[in-house]
Design a protein. Structure first.
Lengths: 114, 112
C-alpha cells in the first residue's frame, strides 16, 4: 500500500516568507508526527497528533511554527516569517494507535531559506 | 528527559567486516528501542526494534539486543556489504504512541 507522502519535496524561499509543508499519512494511522533533521541538531521532534486529542506541541522551536491536522488525516506544518536557521529537512511520520510506536516516515521536505 | 547516545562516525569498513554501532539510552520506565536506517537520498526506514528487556530485534542480517542492565541496544552485523552504507539512528520511545528520541546518527561507509 501507499506509504507516507510529503510535498513539496524541495522548497526554496526567501527569509521572512511563510511556507506550508504537507503530509499525507498512511491510511488508518491515527498518530502523526513532525520531526526536523538538520546538520547541527540531528533529528528533533516538533509536534505530535493522536486521534482527536489535543496535539503535543512541546517540540515546536518558536511560535512561528504551527501545524494542523484536518479530518484526522492530512497535516500541514506552517512556518511563518522564515529564518535561515529554519533550513532543514522536515520529516513526517505516522503510526497505528497500538503498534509499539513503529513509525513510518515520509521522504521529507527539504526547506532552504535564503 | 529521555536521551540516546550513539557512537559518532563516520565508520568506514571493508566489505565482509564485522560491524558494531554502540547505543546507550537514558529513560524512565520501559521504553521501546529502535534502529532506523537512512540510505543515501532516501527517507528513514525502520531496521529493527525491541519492545522489552532481553528482546532481540533482527532484520537483513542486523541484530540488536535490549539490555536493561546496561541500558544499551548495540547494533551488530557479522558481514557488512557495500549496500549497507547508510546513516544509522538509534531511537527510543516511552510507553504508548509517543515521539521518538533519536541519537545523532552514525554514518557507515563500506568499501569493496
Amino acid at each position: 500500500g501507499a506509504g507516507v507522502s510529503q510535498s513539496p519535496s524541495n522548497k526554496v524561499t526567501e527569509k521572512g516568507k511563510d511556507v506550508e509543508l504537507r503530509c499525507d499519512p498512511i491510511s488508518g494511522h491515527t498518530a502523526l508526527y513532525w520531526y526536523r533533521q538538520s546538520l547541527g541538531q540531528g533529528l528533533e521532534f516538533l509536534i505530535y497528533f493522536q486521534g482527536n486529542s489535543a496535539p503535543d506541541k512541546s517540540g515546536l522551536p518558536s511560535d512561528r511554527f504551527s501545524a494542523e491536522r484536518t479530518g484526522g488525516s492530512v497535516s500541514t506544518l506552517t512556518i511563518q516569517r522564515t529564518q535561515q536557521e529554519d533550513s532543514a529537512v522536515y520529516l513526517c511520520a505516522s503510526s497505528l494507535e497500538r503498534s509499539y510506536n513503529e513509525q513510518f516516515f515520509g521522504p521529507g521536505t527539504r526547506l532552504t531559506v535564503l | 528527559g529521555d536521551s540516546v547516545t550513539q557512537m559518532e562516525g563516520p565508520v568506514t569498513l571493508s566489505e565482509e567486516a564485522f560491524l558494531t554501532i554502540n547505543c546507550t539510552y537514558t529513560a524512565t520506565g520501559y521504553p521501546s528501542l529502535f534502529w532506523y536506517v537512512q540510505y543515501p537520498g532516501e527517507g528513514l526506514q525502520l531496521l529493527l526494534k525491541a519492545t522489552k528487556a532481553d528482546d532481540k530485534g533482527s532484520n537483513k542480517g542486523f541484530e540488536a539486543t535490549y539490555r536493561k542492565e546496561t541500558t544499551s541496544f548495540h547494533l551488530e552485523k557479522g558481514s557488512v556489504q557495500v549496500s549497507d552504507s547508510a546513516v544509522y539512528f538509534c531511537a527510543l520511545s516511552g510507553s504508548g504512541n509517543t515521539p521518538l528520541v533519536f541519537g545523532k546518527g552514525t554514518r557507515l561507509s563500506v568499501i569493496a
